[in-house]
Design a protein. Structure first.
Length: 335
């Protein structure tokens, strides 16, 4: 059985303030404050929310960003140029985080180290999605990235680590110090020349729920008396590509694939997204027409998610694919 749905929304409307200030310590000083009317949850649709709010100190080869900015696995130079507001989710890591980011350039090579926490995009747990689990884990999320630039070519890779402490006290009122540490990595590239560009990214990692991807973590052991829990990560693999050609009239296509790889241990209580999904893939062609500061864009999204029953480790082998077609038309005015 299939159902149709129609809607008109203006929630992508956003306001951005770019700020410059006198030099500090020999660095050019700037900042950005950006919000949108997207809301935080479905009941809050059309509500105003903070997107970006940061200060940047920029020397010639060194820069520091402090505040809320994109998660380091969301690459501002390499992300899908889709019409849909999903920006390639769940194939593309997507999150904005309070952070301190340090970048050092060596010619066309740059190294970036980031320490971040969670805010709007938070990990799930016993009290729902919350930043409390990372805060109780004491240390911030850590990311190290290397990027290499050449004429018409950019590529790089990064590694990420975060630690959560899902509970301070168990259901039986015993103190617990159990944590779960998760690792992830990404490799990416971009080729561009004249009006043509192609971008690619691959992601492999554990507990990527807070990046709006599949997966998460789960309880694999619970003491029958103290109720102290031990945790295991669920792993996910994802890859996507985006190609575009044109300037006034742009033709583009996005393709993405992600697979749930399950956990290493049998578990009972999951804190995950898409536990019953074996894999998802999407193909979405688009046409964008630009006239000055006005843009009209159309896109067709064909998405297939294969649903089934996960086994004790969260792997979904016997599954049934379900397809969805979404047609979008968007109007933009940039000012």
């Amino acid at each position: 059985m299939s159902e149709s749905n129609f809607n008109i929304l203006s929630i992508q409307t956003r306001l951005t303030g770019k700020i410059t200030a006198p030099d500090v310590l020999g660095a050019k000083t700037s900042g950005i404050l950006e919000g949108a009317f997207f809301g935080h949850t479905n009941p809050d649709i059309n509500g105003f929310r903070l997107r970006l709010a940061f200060v940047k100190l920029d020397w010639e080869k060194t820069s520091i960003i402090a505040g809320q900015y994109w998660h380091p696995m969301f690459l501002t130079e390499v992300f899908p140029n889709v019409v849909s507001f999903n920006t390639g989710v769940p194939f593309q890591p997507f999150s904005r985080n309070p952070q301190l980011r340090f970048t050092q350039k060596f010619g066309t090579t740059s190294l970036t180290a980031t320490a971040y926490t969670q805010r709007d995009f938070a990990s799930p747990g016993s009290v729902g999605a919350s930043s409390i689990y990372m805060r109780n884990g004491v240390i911030p999320g850590l990311n190290l990235q290397a990027a290499f630039g050449f004429p018409h070519l950019l590529f790089g890779f990064s590694g990420d680590m975060k630690r959560l402490r899902p509970r301070l006290v168990t259901e039986a009122n015993y103190s617990t110090t159990e944590t779960i540490t998760s690792y992830a990595g990404t490799i990416y590239g971009k080729y561009y020349e004249n009006d043509f560009s192609v971008k690619l990214q691959g992601v492999y990692g554990e507990n990527l729920n807070d990046l709006t991807m599949l997966g998460g973590y789960a309880v694999y052991e619970k003491d029958p008396i103290t109720k102290i829990e031990k945790y295991t990560n669920l792993k996910v693999f994802s890859v996507w590509a985006d190609a575009a050609y044109g300037k006034v009239t742009e033709f583009g296509i996005f393709v993405g694939y992600t697979k749930n790889l399950g956990a290493e241990k049998d578990f009972a209580t999951p804190y995950t997204r898409g536990l019953n999904i074996a894999y998802i893939y999407r193909v979405s062609p688009r046409v964008i027409y630009n006239v000055g500061k006005f843009r009209i864009a159309g896109e067709v999204e064909y998405t297939v998610a294969s649903y089934g029953t996960p086994d004790a480790k969260g792997k979904v082998d016997l599954n049934e694919p379900v397809a969805n077609i979404r047609i979008l038309t968007a109007f933009y005015l940039f000012f």
